[in-house]
Design a protein around this ligand. Structure first.
Ligand SMILES: [Zn+2]
Length: 279
């Protein structure tokens, strides 16, 4: 990526090196490990993991773009998503309410409960913050063989995609629908949510291209990452077999296809994963 001219977002909270106190019960650690293999956004899991003694954080987290290289990178990517979604929402006469990105290491407390780095990056709709432990980017490169700065940016843009779902009311509708659904229906709703977030990441990528922020090979990096974190690929790695009914994020093919769709047009309306018969 070429982010030299991109202004870093100040909507960043740097909780790296800040201990949260308390601890997760054994049961929730097991759940967390399972959630990791299922993918991102362990929202439902987090609710189950509320077995923690609340404690105050040891000190206030600094706000604003961190000065280190990775901190600058994520702040600039976040800044780029703010410009893009700001412009898109302006066209329909609404204002973009930007989310906050929280950097942490080890474990973190959010409005969604306690979570651990092993769960991967996630968005918490309760506090409208994205949570990223930068060790995930190392995993992306080594464990999932998906290197590259645009692969990392795609992960951030995907979480921002969930925030767009929150402010557009999709999150709310999904929660309502999930309340009366069976487990396999819930999983299907979750897959549609995730694929839409992938498509929104593509929408951002389209506009990042227009802003001259992409380099050759960038799109291939994102597609490679989307392939690497498809449910079928992760399940095969974790348990040697694939159980499509248990998918919560979509197959590699689906993730790639929806990212490409957003990337091609740059239009959020092309990201309707809910009306498509089979997404
Ligand atoms: Zn997601």
């Amino acid at each position: 990526m070429k982010l030299g001219d991109q202004k870093a977002s100040s909507n960043v909270e740097d909780r790296r090196g800040i201990s949260v106190g308390g601890g997760l019960g054994v049961g929730s650690v097991v759940i967390a490990v399972i959630a990791y293999f299922l993918g991102f956004d362990p929202g439902a899991v987090l609710n189950m993991a509320e077995q923690v003694v609340p404690q105050r954080e040891s000190r206030e987290a600094p706000k604003g773009a961190p000065a280190d290289e990775m901190g600058q990178f994520v702040s600039k990517v976040l800044g780029s998503t703010e410009s893009v979604w700001g412009k898109i929402l302006q066209r329909s006469n609404s204002q973009y309410r930007a989310p906050t990105l929280v950097l942490y290491d080890g474990q973190v407390r959010s409005a969604c409960g306690m979570s651990q780095a092993a769960m991967g990056p996630f968005y918490c709709s309760g506090d409208e913050k994205l949570y990223i432990d930068l060790s995930f980017f190392r995993d992306l490169k080594t464990r999932f063989s998906a290197p590259g700065d645009f692969a990392q940016a795609y992960v951030i843009a995907h979480e921002v995609g969930h925030h767009v779902q929150k402010i557009s009311g999709t999150f709310q509708r999904m929660e309502t629908a999930r309340g009366r659904a069976s487990q396999s229906e819930q999983n299907q709703i979750s897959v549609r949510m995730e694929l839409q977030a992938d498509c929104y990441a593509g929408v951002w990528g389209h506009h990042a291209g227009i802003m001259n922020q992409l380099e050759s090979g960038d799109v291939a990096e994102a597609l490679n990452a989307a392939t690497a974190i498809g449910d079928d690929r992760l399940q095969k790695q974790a348990q040697g077999r694939v159980v499509p009914e248990s998918f919560t994020h979509g197959s590699s093919e689906q993730r790639v296809r929806w990212f490409k769709r957003g990337m091609a047009s740059g239009l959020p309306k092309d990201c309707d994963t809910f009306s498509a018969g089979s997404p």
